[in-house]
Write a protein that binds this ligand. Structure first.
Ligand SMILES: [Zn+2]
Ligand SMILES: [Zn+2]
Length: 266
């Protein structure tokens, strides 16, 4: 029985999976609860992709799916909100008077460049690119606090073309520790994102080494998310991810249905 806490439907510009397809895939793959977390990325730098969200239509669609799949699948109304330093006030304003049960905070663009394109990594060493990303992430979550978990903390390594894209705690520990300290002291959690495998990173995001450190520092809140954009990715590598969480010393994963964490034994 799985809890997939990161799924994109066609309310996200970069997904063509309908909510219905996502629900059916989830049921097929033993998911008992799925958080639909479509994108809102205000002022996303790539003009060909605009990640705005029609909240009213989104919210209605989720309410209808909840009725349709009642008793078979629990559906959480979630959001993946993309943070950049200059849009944090707009992000806060968007969340006012909305009834999201679960919010992932993510950084998909740094210094006005999306990580997905080549510009951000161009002419930077891996050390410089990863450091800049982590610094910006840290300053965003110090300022913006309306979220439950931090998404894919090491996303920057998904798009660089370095020979070795790994992020080891030993190399970026200062910033990672500050990020974890911020999360833990404010009651926020971390996401274990299994999409790393389909992006050929050969590990979850983050990897065991970084997850262990989060646990060591007292981190308890962890959601597992597939970041699926198509049905066959829903709950992919979830057995592996649960094992990894246990190896890191975690005994529970977390669900959010009423804004507060509830713990599920793994
Ligand atoms: Zn993301
Ligand atoms: Zn996502």
């Amino acid at each position: 029985m799985f809890y997939d806490y990161h799924v994109h439907t066609d309310f996200s510009e970069d997904s063509s999976m309908s909510l219905d397809e996502a629900c059916r895939a989830a049921i097929e793959r033993n998911v008992v609860e799925m958080a639909v977390t479509d994108h809102l990325d205000i002022d996303y730098p790539d003009r060909d992709f605009q990640f705005d969200l029609d909240y009213a239509a989104y919210s209605d669609a989720i309410d209808r799916a909840r009725e349709k799949y009642n008793g078979r699948l629990s559906i959480v109304k979630g959001l993946e909100i993309g943070l950049q330093p200059h849009v944090l006030d707009q992000c806060k304003a968007f969340l006012e008077e909305k009834d999201f049960q679960f919010v992932i905070a993510s950084v998909h663009a740094v210094s006005g460049m999306d990580l997905y394109g080549k510009d951000f990594h161009r002419q930077k060493t891996k050390k410089a690119a990863y450091t800049e990303y982590l610094q910006e992430l840290l300053s965003c979550i110090k300022e913006f606090t309306s979220f439950n978990v931090l998404g894919h903390v090491d996303l920057v390594r998904r798009y660089g073309s370095y020979k070795d894209n790994s992020m080891k705690h030993a190399d970026f520990g200062d910033l990672l520790d500050l990020i974890f300290e911020e999360l833990i002291s404010t009651g926020k959690g971390l996401e274990l994102n299994t999409s790393g495998f389909r992006y050929k990173l050969q590990s979850t995001m983050p990897n065991l080494n970084i997850l262990k450190r989060y646990r060591e520092m007292g981190g308890e809140i962890l959601t597992i998310g597939s970041d699926a954009h198509s049905p066959h990715h829903v709950a992919e590598y979830f057995d592996f991810a649960s094992d990894l969480a246990r190896k890191a010393g975690l005994r529970y994963i977390t669900r959010f249905t009423h804004g507060k964490p509830e713990y599920i034994k793994i």
